[in-house]
Design a protein around this ligand. Structure first.
Ligand code: CP
Ligand code: NVA
Length: 307
């Protein structure tokens, strides 16, 4: 059976990303007049979360409701999964009831296993490897503020984590230039870098990996950072805070970007760690536009996978 899953931003072509962002923009404009539509009428979408969430859970539940569907939140602890039922059996069972599964997982293998045995679309709501729904909202936000994606320069400063990997793939797919500054040993995985390089060759984007935040931010249109300690890495906290000390985004670092550069963060943020309060709460910050755009972008991706 040919089911469309959304596990990686790489599952989309440049053209599909363009179409999804156009649909998301349509949903955003339309929402002030008329919140409800019927694309998911009569459909139930299960949300399996193995980790906490504010934005992803609420934007998916709200978006599914606004599309006329029924969101069904399932904390992993409440499922028989927590008592040893396999992911495969959970996927097979849920596929008999629901029309789609949104999953936030503790291991990327859980997501692969779920999608392998699910006969309904599975959407990645964050894995340790990727956060593709975030990237769609981020590309939408960059497009809104910069008027385009092709040729803009995005700088990533900090951990080469899940959000970084999806952003790298997303930017290089759509022709946005990206420069990533990470401490040695915290770069994005090699296969993500290789795929991003291949994307860049095709789209004409440039891709740079450095250990120097100033170099990455120099002349950037958007400066992006994320937490230094992701969910599941709590035991590495001390070591990470030490490693990332010189990667904080403060106003001095922002001054190396273009004067009209935007500051981006997927949230939740830790003021005083990866970013200063002055920057994240300042005039260049677009973090709540990003958070809002999760709703619109995810409505568009739900429509895309269910088509
Ligand atoms: N950015 C993001 O995914 O936030 P949540 O963890 O609150 O869902
Ligand atoms: N990198 C963070 C993103 C949270 C939305 C994490 O995985 O915890």
């Amino acid at each position: 059976m040919n089911v469309k899953h959304f596990l990686s931003i790489q599952d989309l072509s440049r053209r599909e990303i363009g179409d999804i962002l156009a649909k998301a923009t349509y949903f955003k404009k339309r929402r002030s007049r008329d919140i409800h539509s019927s694309e998911l009428k009569g459909k139930t979408i299960a949300l399996i979360f193995e980790k906490p969430s504010t934005r992803t859970r609420v934007s998916f539940e709200t978006g599914i409701f606004e599309l006329g569907g029924n969101p069904l939140f399932l904390g992993a602890q409440e499922l028989q999964l927590s008592r040893g039922e396999t992911i495969a059996d959970t996927a097979r069972t849920l596929s008999r009831y629901v029309h789609g599964i949104v999953a936030r997982v503790a291991s990327h293998d859980h997501l692969l296993e779920l999608s392998k045995h699910s006969t309904v679309p599975v959407i990645n709501a964050l894995s340790p490897l990727e956060h593709p729904c975030q990237t769609l909202a981020d590309l939408m936000t960059i497009q809104e503020h910069k008027g385009k994606l092709e040729g803009v320069k995005v700088a990533w400063v900090g951990d080469g984590n899940n959000v970084c990997s999806s952003l790298l793939l997303g930017c290089t797919l759509v022709g946005a230039n990206i420069s990533v500054a990470c401490p040695p040993g915290y770069e994005p995985p090699n296969d993500i870098m290789a795929r991003a390089r291949a994307n860049a060759r095709k789209s004409g984007a440039t891709l740079e990996l450095t250990t120097d935040p100033k170099l990455a931010v120099s002349g950037a249109d958007a400066v992006y950072t994320d937490v230094w300690v992701s969910m599941g890495q709590e035991r590495e906290r001390r070591e990470r805070l030490g490693m990332f000390k010189s990667y904080q985004v403060d106003s001095n670092l922002m001054s190396k970007a273009k004067p009209d550069a935007i500051f981006m963060h997927c949230l939740p943020a830790h003021r005083g760690e990866e970013v200063t309060a002055e920057v994240i709460d300042g005039p260049q910050s677009v973090v709540f536009d990003q958070a809002e755009n999760r709703l619109h972008a995810q409505k568009a991706i739900l429509v895309w996978v269910m088509r």
